[in-house]
Design a protein around this ligand. Sequence first.
Ligand code: GAR
Length: 207
Amino acid sequence: MPDTNPLQMKKKIAIFASGNGSNAENLIQYFKNSDFAEVVLVLTNNKNAGVISKATLLNVQVYEFTKNQLYTENDIYDALQFAKIDWIILAGFLLKFPETLLKHYPDKVVNIHPALLPKYGGKGMYGMHIHKAVVENKETETGITIHYVNENYDEGKIIFQAKAEVLNTDTPELIAEKIHILEQKYFPKVIEKLILTNENYPSFGGG
Ligand code: GAR
């Protein structure tokens, strides 16, 4: 008989990404070994994004959409519903996540940001723009923030942060490498823990 107990079924993750896709790739690989969750769909607004080939090689379905579709049509919600998505992860997604979609997934949309929010957040603050600003402002530390998505750029409740030291000899490229290491190390584990604690899996009830 098929197992229909919702507590025993793997939670389904969709990843939104616009670029290279190193975080998406890491999440897909990590959850291939998980009993609790799996990445079943990658969605991108960029037909040239590296994430497309990475996801395809790992046998994850890719859904491409236009900015217009994202903000004015129901296609994306339909695709998420069809794939029975429980959690949405933004991994280098550079468009504003629409409020209409957010309403369907309360507290189930999570973003990673390559800075210690609330510093270096908001529109236009992404990727190398952030690391350049960190160097220009002579910061002594930077890091990553994993947070819930709300209706404002980079302002949702913070779930996790990890720091990296910035040396006065660091270039934006060196900072990008430090951030990449933190993202690869922590992002999948934080998402897994979030899913486990929020979905009340029996064996994890006591924390
Ligand atoms: C990551 O560093 C991610 O934190 C950042 O884009 C990069 C995507 O890399 N996200 C933002 O700047 C969002 N504001 P990837 O495509 O290789 O995962």
